[in-house]
Design a protein around this ligand. Sequence first.
Ligand SMILES: [Zn+2]
Length: 478
Amino acid sequence: MSEIKLYSTLTKTIETFKPIKTGEVGVYSCGPTVYNFAHIGNLRAYVFADTLRRMFEFNNYKVNQVINITDVGHLSSDADEGEDKLEKGAKREHKTVWEIAEFYTNAFKADLLALNIEIPEKMPKATDNIDEMIEIVKVLETKGFTYSAGGNIYFDTAKFPNYYNLQGAKPKDQDLSARVELDQNKKHPTDFVLWFTQHKYGEHAMLWDSPWGKGFPGWHIECSAMATKYLGEHFDIHTGGIDHISVHHTNEIAQSEGAFGHKWVNCWMHNNFVNVKDGEKMAKSSDNFLRLQTLIDADYDPLDYRYYLLGGHYRSVMNFSYEALDGARNARNRLKNMLSGLKNEVAEGKDPILRSELRRAQQEADVNDKYFQLFTEKINDDLNTPEALAVLWSMLGDKVLLPESKIELTKKFDDVLGLKLLDNETDAIPEKVTGLAQKRQVARQNKDWSESDKLREELANLGYEILDREDRYELKKK
Ligand SMILES: [Zn+2]
């Protein structure tokens, strides 16, 4: 296996990955705040983290991955201002915060499954880990990193050297001063709340006892506590969207390294945004809020979206459009069709001449090995999924490789890509489509040809071709 190379946001270079424990890797990925559905831009972070996970598994690593669920304490701004997102969701939907959290946690998990994202080893909830958060705040207090103001406990960022390391440079003063206007208790604009007992938006529904009074944790401390609980005080990789670099992850590093007194995470990795057509960042607050379900309702397979994402490098901005998604759907369908053709060839035992030629067999083995090496190289090179996909395409188009080798290699590649390329076509056909096909079969039996033609057209509009056999039919994705 070739070396694994990953881009580190902290050092801004591609680094050769060296695990803390041989053969194992610990990865923490910031999870969702469960107050609404995820938009498709959010989901890129989890497809990226899943590809990272699958790449390590492909390289025979034992992966220990944590994705947390933020069900308390994340205010509308990442810098601790505004209303609590969960409380806001509860008001909007006339439910309790607990009901909101449960509903949207389940919706998030359903999205992960639909995108064929492997469920991580641990998915802890912030509200189950309040004691761990309080412990870290206590240590920070003992070490002199905190101050109390207006009833809240703040982290004093001036006390932490290298506070701006992750972002590379200190932001302009005017960008920072916007924050302090909203919270006069802060000594410095970058200081952040570790524990709230006072909240200007009134009563908070979720409250816990603490040495500083009844209250609730700040958002940043949650990730430090949950990551450390499951991965230890020093672990391999922390991931998230690039929007987390300047505040959330900068603060996670400050409070964790402040408390532990040593390096916390070896490699910080960040995925870029998915933009909609007008070039705006896709955010839930704006109207262009696209959910995975929006795509499913438009008859896309969630894995078409996964293919679309893999077509771009995780560090590049992607500009989402339905035309691009159509391109991804067609490409994935073509791959699936090619593979089902190959499966038929294997079943029919074609190609006897090739099999009997020894010289040819040796050549075949070499070519097989070449594609495997090439794919490994690409995926181990900072997850170069666009080029890894290109290797898959050229491998399937190769003239020397036998159909069974192509299928075997696809299996291995798809363990990393997660596109379910070898699943039986019938598994992937939506119910709506099979329903229409059955209706058409009945129409044919009744010799109602105009109805049958109408249904054939409807199926065609949904991207399916119907092939009539003697007494049955076959559906094929176009
Ligand atoms: Zn986080």
